[in-house]
Design a binder for this molecule. Structure first.
Ligand code: FAD
Length: 582
């Protein structure tokens, strides 16, 4: 097959179902364009499949831009054409995008691999291991997705947090109650992202995610997909144990070989040891107790940069108009998203994060008496407001490095920070800052899980807010209006005050007075990096495979899934004595 990029059609040429707005490929128009591009008659194209479709709104007429794969009626012509267009970056052979297992588990396999965490990274590590016959055991500290949904609503509706079952912890991982955006900017030469998307479609995601440029599936569809993949892992001989928290790692010898995991059964309160020499640690960014345990056990790790800020909410119509112009409201375009960045005079970068068109701001803490914001949406993206994190990049130099702050953050433990060399950054210091900011937000919100908020106009002017304007906030259980200047370090506030009017120049209305800021956004990525080598095993602990967002090898659902596949393959290769695919 030949892959041809940059085939453009006006929006009006894209057919869709009038009732449910399902999009179809304009086969005839695309075949004509493809044939023209290759210098052929349309009849020479035997088959055409859309690989990707994006929209380009930069010109006066909004265009649908396609990448297509074509099969020629005369197969022998393919090689001739590929040679003729060798210098044309838009005409290439269609790559093999299928996933090929690295091997099969031996029939007499003794040591079943363990996967800790059942977020996207753990899910895909377990799925590929199961597909290769390794019958993984999955340990997940949270509950099944249905039970977890009830617990999560408990915080949103009744101000009741369940620390082991919430937006961060439980089946499906952190992105289960999310916008379900499924794109990423990672390099993916082996097309593993395609495997993630194909599995999602197999288990109930809409097929269009395979060809739209910025696919998303929303919260409820994601819940069904996660359940479907769980059933498949079990069907293949895997085992998924919920409410099982890993509380310790057992290592032996100079090589620090992993030999087992200590597990707390949270339902019964019993503790047990699970022997294993291969454990994928797909913990997510919020498993702070497990990071602290790793530190105590000497697992190689370091503090890393992340970002802190607020959620910002605008009427979705403001964003749609700015992005789509006269085409705003067209059923195929849906609710518009955006991506913004501003480099402030004080050297800080402020950028939009995890933008959720037509969605809601959610309470995302996993710890009592702390407030954290994030965003989610349904597949329809039909809520009245657009929301996004508006965050400021920070780095280990900004994190507290004193014993008093550590003792406050870790219930009296200081993890040796008082003895560290001057100028060093303690691996757990980012967590200290996160906890300080989240506790402050809880206080400012009124100590009942309401979040502190402020109108954008007041924030820029430096005056506290006392009443909402035209924008109705979506955060549940509620917002306490006031002054957000106390909620973040001064450098972040300064950079954000500068960024808002600058963003208003890029998206008209972005700095509107009534837009709402809600705080605080602190779980943007992991505060630690847990290093690993080319074999995907910890820098200093054999058999421990740090993976996904918590270890800083992913940022988002798709990249976490891709990392899960790579780490699942690495475990299989280690057991089979094969080289890890590059
Ligand atoms: P996680 O998904 O965090 O999963 C880790 C799992 O490990 C958790 O289930 C946890 O309970 C479990 N665990 C942790 N410690 C232990 C232990 N000691 N023992 C046993 N189990 C343990 N990304 C996108 O790409 N698109 C979006 O639209 C999007 N929206 C988001 C919305 C929200 C509200 C949130 C919170 C995140 C969102 N994200 C989104 C980010 C995305 O969810 C994460 O990047 C992704 O889930 C990371 O996957 P992971 O598997 O590495 O970790």
């Amino acid at each position: 097959m030949i892959r041809i990029a940059e085939l453009k059609l006006p929006l009006s040429a894209v057919p869709y179902h009038p009732d449910n707005h399902t999009e179809y490929a304009p086969q005839e128009a695309l075949s004509q364009l493809a044939a023209q591009r290759l210098g052929l008659q349309p009849a020479a194209i035997a088959q055409l499949q859309v690989h990707k479709r994006s929209f380009d709104a930069r010109k006066s007429e909004l265009l649908a831009v396609y990448i297509v794969d074509v099969t020629l009626a005369e197969p022998a012509l393919e090689a001739v054409l590929l040679q003729r267009f060798a210098a044309d970056s838009h005409v290439n052979p269609t790559p093999d995008m299928a996933w090929h297992p690295v091997g099969q588990a031996p029939a007499d396999m003794q040591d079943r691999p363990v996967v800790v965490g059942f977020g996207p990274c753990g899910i895909f590590a377990a799925l590929v291991l199961a597909q290769m016959g390794f019958k993984p055991i999955v340990l997940e500290r949270g509950k099944t997705v249905r039970q977890r949904t009830k617990d999560t609503w408990g915080l949103w509706r009744k101000r009741r947090l369940t620390p082991e079952s919430n937006v961060q912890f439980g089946e499906g991982g952190a992105g289960t109650f999310s916008d379900g955006k499924l794109y990423s900017q990672i390099k993916d030469p082996r097309h593993l992202g395609r495997k993630v998307m194909q599995e999602f479609v197999t288990y109930g995601a809409p097929p269009e995610i395979l060809f739209t440029a910025h696919p998303h599936i929303g919260t409820f569809k994601l819940v069904k997909v996660v359940e479907g993949i769980r059933e498949e892992i079990v069907r293949l001989g895997g085992e998924i144990r919920f409410e099982q928290k890993v509380t310790d790692v057992l290592v032996e010898g100079d090589a620090r070989q992993l030999v087992g995991l200590q597990v707390l059964d949270q339902a019964s309160g019993e503790r047990y040891t699970l022997p294993t020499r291969h454990a994928v640690m797909a913990l997510g960014h919020s498993s702070r107790d497990t990071f602290a345990m790793f530190y105590e056990r000497g697992v190689a790790m370091e503090a890393k940069p992340f970002s802190v800020g607020f959620r910002i909410e605008h009427p979705q119509s403001v964003i749609d108009r700015a992005r789509w112009g006269k085409d705003a409201g067209h059923p195929l375009l849906g609710a518009a998203d955006y991506k913004l960045v501003h480099h402030a005079k004080n050297g800080r970068a402020v950028y939009s994060f995890c933008m959720c068109p037509g969605g809601t701001v959610v309470a995302a803490t996993s710890e009592p008496e702390r407030v954290v914001t994030n965003g989610m949406s349904q597949y329809s993206r039909a809520e009245r407001n657009a929301n996004a994190g508006m965050v400021c990049a920070i780095n280990p130099e900004d994190y507290p490095q004193d014993a008093e702050s550590f003792a406050w953050a870790f219930g009296g433990k200081t993890y040796g920070v008082e003895a560290q060399a001057p100028g060093a950054f303690h691996p757990l210091s980012g967590i200290v800052l996160q906890r300080q900011l989240e506790s402050k937000a809880y206080l400012l919100g009124g100590q009942n899980y309401s979040a502190p908020g402020q109108l954008v106009g007041d924030f820029v002017a430096g005056t506290p807010s006392t009443a909402f304007g035209h924008v109705e906030p979506s955060y549940k259980p509620g917002i306490t209006l006031g002054d957000l200047h106390q909620a973040l370090p001064a450098y972040a506030i300064e950079a954000m005050r500068e960024a808002l009017p600058a963003f208003g120049k890029k998206i008209r209305g972005y700095d509107m007075r009534d837009a709402i800021l809600t705080g605080v956004e602190t779980r943007t990525s992991s505060p630690v990096k847990i290093g690993r080598g080319a074999d995907f095993q910890s820098d200093n602990t054999r058999g421990l495979y740090p993976a996904g967002e918590g270890a800083s090898y992913a940022g988002g659902i798709l990249s976490a899934g891709v990392d899960g596949i790579k780490v699942g393959e690495a475990v299989a290769c280690a057991i089979l004595g094969l080289p890890v695919p590059s």
